[in-house]
Ligand binder design. Sequence first.
Ligand SMILES: Cc1ncc(COP(=O)(O)O)c(C=O)c1O
Length: 393
Amino acid sequence: MNTSSLAHQFLLRKDICFLNFGSFGACPQPIFDAYQAYQRELEADPVYFITQSGPAYIKAAREALGQYLNAAADDLVLVTNPSYAVNIVAKSFALSPGDEILTTNLEYGACDRTWQYYCQKAGAVYKRQAIRLPLESEQGFLSDFFAGVSSRTKLIFVSHLTSATGLRLPVEAICQKANALGIPCFVDGAHAPGQLPLDLSGLGAVIYTGACHKWMMTPKGSSFLFVDKKIQDQFDPLVVSWGYQALFPSASRFQDYHQMQGTRDFSAFCTLPKALQFMQENNWPAVAKACRQLAHAHAPALAHQLGSHLLAPLTDEFFGQLVSIPIRLNKISPEALHDDFYHRFRIQIPVMRQGNDVYLRYSIQVFNTAADLAQLAAAIDTLMKENTILPLD
Ligand SMILES: Cc1ncc(COP(=O)(O)O)c(C=O)c1O
């Protein structure tokens, strides 16, 4: 682990080599302190916090987030996680029998299941277009993907950065092409905010969700859903509460419907301005760039060691701070291999399934160093010698 002052601000235990920032993020001390301060404020006067100061903090959080994402604050609602956001959309999205939602075969399991569930209920088709890996070019991806468009395609749903395969997909080009065809796009940007610069007004996606508790480092349970004003009224609240037929409606029905969800601890949302301040004070674009460089620098050697290959050309076009390498296991499940990495080698790293394939994915955050990747390489060396992992290619 890095010993820089920034690295020291994370609360992660020091005896584990933490190469899985991607799953749930991790919160630096100043942001966590702000979180606990909000929770103490809540407990000191629950009524005042939940009815008065809390909503004002949420508004400030949406405004700060809107500035960061280049979106109007009222077009963003704060939700617990991207699964929640996908559920809001999928539950209300008007689908008739035979309609199609076009997606890739690289999507996150929870979102995949949500769309599968609602499409099945409506008699619609959730079409997982096969993408050839390794990716060779943006054009190659686009032709694979858009081959799945038909006259019944009602929506495109696609990850900005994929989960198991850790790939950055060309969402700008996807949205542009989809808009030209008159197909609306919903981008699952769970991994994007804090890792990539985002411009929601310029992207061309009518719906976008992102997690704040991953790469923006807020406490768990803070994410957002962006919906273009033109289609906000299509979406019912997932939990119907006081915001439906509100006694005192605000200027935005979208806010009333999705922000008022009954009693809950929304302290994590309130920390967004603090997280954005932390990122700004520490020049986060430069931090993210250095992390990408470290992640990419070690990728070819690790892939070679695993007898495998990278999933795309090693550029910022296709990779962020996640690198995922396909692997071949010998008589061990991905879950058991994960546990082995953790208990035997003291490395927290996900071994992920996507379809029939298995991937070893590492994440690089500011606290990681080359020594962490050397520790990973040493563990891989042992696992290959033991024939637990076999060469893939
Ligand atoms: C691509 C992608 N989408 C969505 C999610 C969101 O998951 P959750 O709703 O459980 O936070 C993740 C989590 O890792 C993800 O990788």
